[in-house]
Design a binder for this molecule. Structure first.
Ligand code: SF4
Length: 324
């Protein structure tokens, strides 16, 4: 069983219940778990287990890989009060897009009604083969990206600045975070702009590097061998030396020993690069690496973070009947 840090307490109590009620031994796999990419299907056989439960990253699919079942975790906290606070702040806009993450999907409809009652036109993003209606991951905005041209502003339900900043960056739209716990509304403009500038700066810094490390992630949903090979080839065509690395967790400590490498490209979680303020050398995500290649080839880079997905997650998907 594995779960993100915020759900470890609940997961431990679930394990205790399963063990006492069914007398089935359970392991809590304690490596880092940040997203649906962090499933532990490969560990099932290593641990001589029969199946894996991945808690808290709800999706359209219910089973991934050979052994892993996704277990939804929902929060029934209400947004009524924070929406009332938001309404005057976004009074200059007419058309709202709503977005949220796994835990608050069930609050979308009541939020929509409340905004409509206040006179706004509200749009939700359509579910797709992975994401539920208006759901986003930190790297995948493919539900709401298609409606971004039809709305003036996004309202993000939840307390996750991480997710809301992603929406602001990927859509280029004003985005407000509606935090139901602090009962507070926050404009993501500054946070998004800071990350956007840092992302561009890292690309230009990497332009001068002669030796690159291309890091392929070893997490189950982030195996981007094709992108790693593509980027390696393009860098080599531009006369750069490339050292290929593979690792599970990409941190400043893990990269520190490779002193001769002047810049890194990592094809695992894009947020490691976009939110990674502690790296000393440039560590580019896939969209940044693609921008770098364009620059090297004398092409315009444009708004390279504005796209529906920053990574094509490779979680082994098996479709299920749950469609919303
Ligand atoms: S790759 Fe995507 S789903 Fe995985 S941790 Fe990063 S943002 Fe989240």
């Amino acid at each position: 069983m594995n779960a993100p840090g915020g759900l470890i307490k609940q997961t431990r109590s679930l394990i205790e219940k399963i063990e006492s009620r069914y007398e089935i031994p359970c392991y809590l796999v304690s490596d880092s778990c940040f997203g649906i990419c962090d499933t532990v299907d490969d560990d099932v056989q290593r641990l001589d287990a029969d199946l894996a439960l991945h808690i808290g990253h709800n999706a359209v699919v219910q089973k991934v890989g050979m052994f892993t079942h996704l277990i939804d975790a929902k929060d029934d906290v209400k947004f009524d009060s924070v929406i009332e606070k938001c309404i005057p702040l976004i009074g200059g806009y007419k058309r709202i897009g709503l977005a949220t993450f796994s835990q608050h999907i069930d609050q979308l409809e009541s939020a929509r009604k409340q905004f409509e009652k206040a006179g706004f036109e509200v749009r939700l993003g359509e579910a797709n083969n992975l994401l539920l209606q208006s759901q986003t991951f930190g790297c995948d905005f493919s539900t709401i990206f298609p409606i971004s041209k039809e709305v003036d502003v996004f309202c993000y339900l939840g307390d996750s600045e991480f997710h809301a900043v992603g929406v602001a960056l990927a859509t280029g739209k004003p985005t407000y975070l509606l935090d139901p716990y602090l009962d507070e509304v926050r404009d993501m403009k500054e946070e998004a702009e800071e990350r956007r500038k840092r992302a561009i700066l890292a690309v230009y810094k990497a332009l001068d590097a002669r030796v690159f490390g291309v890091v392929t992630g070893l997490k189950e949903g982030q195996r981007m061998l094709g992108r790693s090979r593509w980027i390696t080839k393009r860098l080599e065509m531009q006369g750069r030396k490339v050292i290929q690395l593979a690792m599970r967790d990409i941190t400043p400590d893990r990269l520190a020993p490779y002193r001769d490498i002047e810049a890194f490209v990592q094809t695992a979680c894009p947020r490691i690069s976009i939110d990674g303020f502690t790296f000393e050398r440039p560590v580019l995500s896939i969209p940044q690496a693609e921008a770098l290649v364009k620059l090297m080839e004398g092409r315009e880079v444009g708004e390279f973070l504005e796209r529906p997905k920053w990574i094509e997650l490779t979680v082994g998907m098996i479709p299920s009947s749950k469609s919303r």
